[in-house]
Design a protein around this ligand. Structure first.
Ligand code: ZN
Length: 477
């Protein structure tokens, strides 16, 4: 369903539950909720809600869109068992693509076998240019077609490994910058990701990539405009950015790395620069040290509403009131407890276990709290993350910070804040509100008991249906 120029046609949602009241109709006009009431009159398209709850569309407040789409379009080798399995996975990807189309594989590890080279890859994909990234991130291996495409017969830099015969082996060590330049930017297909997120009821995305530049922003804006990525977009960036039409500009993203922390004065100056650009600041804080450093910088520079702590993976008890006093929003990933919790419990010092991915203690302290996937590093389904926020259980069933458990309604609310104030006032289904909506197949009370993505019956962005689950529910013309 591709958006056409101008506002969407009028649509009436029949028999939905709004804010706990059942049996209502909702009329949508010009991309907004125009009327809510029983048995509304109106002509045009209708969608039967069958008594399900109509809630605001969910916003994933921290995602890396292009990386998630690229991952989905790549051959995953993380779990490959030996060379034969690697070859089978690459062969399957080749069979799905026309000859000559690029294949990208990631997560390769040689184990006890010899490291792949161009000749080995040629046997796996003789008709496609193929590049395989080593799990370490420091090595790409290219087959002959791919090598030919990047070398183009020109002198190669030192990152291109050569064999005893002087010919390239296909291995490129720490050559990401050069390789990126030679390959150019080929954006991954975004429509599959847009459709997948729409099926989760996601109507808005905050892309938090620090490396977003004008070109990446233009790619995302174009995908939104043509309907491939129907979700409304807010983009962060590390530097100054002129937002393309149709997308909003978010805070400046600052990546802190505990091993290479900048000078505190330099960080304070970056905050000041963001203010000059009229933007908030979002600091990546995955460790207690990174958080302490970020808080020191916000203390020195002054914090503003809209400033954010990303992840808040480890928050010491004394940092909680400080975050509240500074008025910072914490944008966390409840799903990591389920996805990575067992590893955290094994690797994080026991004394920090109760400080992992806090939820309830932050809310109690008055901190604005919002949730996200951090895809591709986390699973993009918000409903599994909500269940993790309620259960606080790892995959093996171990508890992580049981005191941090949220009630189901609070878990859902983590996705209902606005772009500018994630974790702030919840968006509501009300007359005049934007028709970015999620229709569930059951009333809200039942949905909260289940918190399951299968409950999403339809998703609307700007009044347009961008996802509809049941085939029998086609929008009447
Ligand atoms: Zn991230």
């Amino acid at each position: 369903m591709r958006p056409t120029e101008g506002a969407a046609a009028a649509l009436i949602l029949r028999d939905v539950e709004v804010a706990g009241r059942g049996g209502l109709d909702v009329r949508i006009e010009g991309g907004r909720v125009a009327a809510i009431g029983p048995r509304l009159a109106g002509r045009g398209a209708e969608l039967d809600g069958r008594g399900g709850a109509l809630i605001p569309g969910l916003i994933d407040h921290h995602i890396h869109i292009l990386a998630t789409a690229a991952r989905a379009d790549s051959v995953a080798l993380e779990t490959a068992r030996g060379l034969a399995d690697v070859a089978a996975r690459i062969g399957a990807a080749a069979a799905r693509r026309p000859a000559g189309a690029w294949i990208r594989a990631v997560g390769y590890h040689e184990g006890a076998e010899p490291l792949l080279d161009a000749m080995a890859l040629d046997r796996m994909a003789p008709r496609h240019p193929l590049r395989v990234q080593h799990r370490s991130g420091s090595l790409w291996i290219l087959n002959s077609r791919a090598l030919g495409a990047v070398l183009r017969g020109e002198p190669a830099p030192a990152c291109v490994e050569r064999g005893d015969d002087g010919r390239p082996t296909g291995r490129i060590w720490r050559g990401d910058a050069w390789l990126g330049e030679r390959l150019g930017r080929t954006p991954p297909p975004l429509a599959p990701l847009g459709a997948r997120l729409a099926a989760y009821g996601v109507t808005g995305l905050t892309d938090t990539s620090a490396n977003t530049d004008a070109e990446a922003a233009a790619i995302l804006a174009a995908a939104h405009a043509n309907g491939d990525l129907p979700q409304r977009l807010m983009l962060m960036s590390g530097g100054d950015l002129e937002p393309p039409p149709g997308v909003r500009l978010g805070p400046v993203k600052v990546l802190l790395d505990e091993a290479r922390l900048p000078d505190l004065d330099a960080l304070v100056a970056r905050i000041a620069e963001a203010r000059d650009w009229g933007r908030g600041v979002a600091m990546h804080c995955a460790t207690a040290t990174e958080l302490a450093f970020a808080l020191a910088a916000f203390e020195a520079a002054g914090a503003r509403p809209g400033d954010r702590i990303e992840h808040g993976s480890v928050i010491a008890p004394e940092a909680v009131p400080q975050i509240a006093r500074l008025g910072l929003t914490v944008v966390t990933q409840p799903g990591f407890v389920a996805e990575r919790g067992d590893r955290y419990l094994a690797e994080v010092p026991v004394g920090d276990h109760d400080n992992l991915y806090r939820l309830a203690s932050l809310k109690r302290a008055g901190v604005r709290l919002a949730a996200s996937s951090d895809a591709p590093y986390g699973e993009p389904d918000p409903w599994t993350a909500m269940r993790a926020a309620v259960s606080r259980r790892t995959a093996s069933g171990a508890a992580v910070g049981e005191g941090e458990t949220l009630a189901p309604a609070a878990a859902l609310s983590l996705y209902l804040g606005g772009f500018a104030r994630p974790g702030g006032r919840r968006r509501r289904v009300a007359v005049g509100a934007r028709a970015d909506l999620c229709l569930l197949s059951v009333p809200r009370a039942e949905a909260l008991r289940m918190l399951d993505t299968e409950l999403v019956a339809a998703t609307l962005v700007d009044g347009r249906v961008v996802f509809e689950r049941a085939a029998g529910r086609a929008v009447a013309a």
